[in-house]
Design a protein around this ligand. Sequence first.
Ligand SMILES: Cc1ncc(COP(=O)(O)O)c(C=O)c1O
Length: 515
Amino acid sequence: MSQRQPGSHKFKQVKPHKVSSRYMRPRWERFVSQDINGMMLIEGVPIDKIMEKYGTPLYVLVESEIRSRLKRFKKVFGTNIALQYAVKCNSNLEILRMVREEGFELDCSSVGELILGLLADFKPKQLTFTNLFKTEQDIHFAIKIGVQSITADSIEEIEHIAKTAKKLRKHIDTVIRVNPMFELGSYSTKGNKYGIPLKYVERGVDLARKSPYVDFKGFHFMGGYVYNPRVFKIAARIFAKLIRQCLDKGIRVQSLSLGGGFPAAIGEEEAFPIERMKDFPKYFERLMHRYDIPPLQLIFEPGKSIVLNAGIGLMKVISKKRLGKSSRMVIADGSTYNFIPDALVQSTVKYDILPASKMNERRIHTVTIAGNTCDCWDLIRQGIDMPKLRSGDLLAAMDVGAYAQVMSSNFNTIRRPGMIMLYADGTAKLIRRRDRYSEMFAPELDVLKMAGPDELEKYHNMYRVNIDKIWKGKMKKDSRGKNGQTGQDRDSLTKLSVYKMIEKDAVLENGKKKK
Ligand SMILES: Cc1ncc(COP(=O)(O)O)c(C=O)c1O
């Protein structure tokens, strides 16, 4: 199994205890528990042990949860409906590999995502390419590798694809993205930026069919955030009528993608389980029968509903301060930019932040949890009730498996966190390491050539010294009473030795270790 690969580490699992409902939500019950002292366990592994091994901030993805969600989708939709994982929501290669193993194809939205798909051993015919507009170069790439289809999002894009394919003298299978312009309660596709509004679609289809190198294959629905499974039924009905109109004009329609947008719970907001769609395959079959539509390939493109709830962001409290009489701030070594970047654009989204090393303790006061960047928007959670937190305590940002790492940035020139996959047997596998300064600076250094790799390595080595280890080691020796120093002497000696060790660890510009 994959977890035995190099780079993996087997943690000792400990006896799990139930977490109080004060912190727990049913959606984490399968993989989150706590030890007797209130330390959060993920798959039975104490998170302080994870932190010791991999450091913080860190993303932890729970393998069994991702697999279980992939399997649940397969079970609900059966083998006749194609499922294409939306790479944009978490493009980690290990996740793509798992997705392939579970029989999914990929919905890619850029050339970069197509390349990732190929690196994860998908066949080009298992990749679709959908975004707002593709450049000539994008189209050339898609044709060259031979993708399943590309999606045209506008009349202008159909014209552009037609022109480019003609220039290249290559055929390209193309589907048209349609905005069906409907509402259901608070759900509405009307203001959405994607697709061709229903009343102009006929023009789009005619245009595609007139273009000698565009092979029209079918339609695509833009989804959005779907709160109610009925949305997909309404969309299916609108598309069935559209397909019937095409057939009446002698136009064959071979595929229909009803897109993604299946919900996933964040904070208090719950989401419908995918099992609520289990009658959909039969419903669609009846619809096809009613409109006398010959068999076509139906596709769904789930993204966040597969991975969001399987991701946990671990952080450490590094300090705290008072902003006034009743205003407390806790400072974490993670940031909104690392773990919940979409909260910066959607202020209504409130992620659960748990006191992960104090799950036994009550919420006693209201705090603001601030991220460590020099940006006043970087407030991970405002007004959250927490136990008394101190430096070294651990925090867990829940439900951060989607649209988090892929949207995170190096803002403040901070390295983005690493990511591990945690298996049910307690094995962890590093699936993305923390950024390196060398690669963060490379786009500028490559062109400006202001420093060489050795100079960078010097700073890198200076930083990567494990201060905790040095400090502890030295303190142990000192506490044996060597030379009878006072506490203060010991402190200054220890600091001196830290600097010395940093120096020793630094690699000089000529690449040799300092003597
Ligand atoms: C074409 C397409 N498919 C699938 C998705 C996945 O959506 P979600 O992660 O909401 O399931 C998106 C999201 O933007 C999309 O644009």
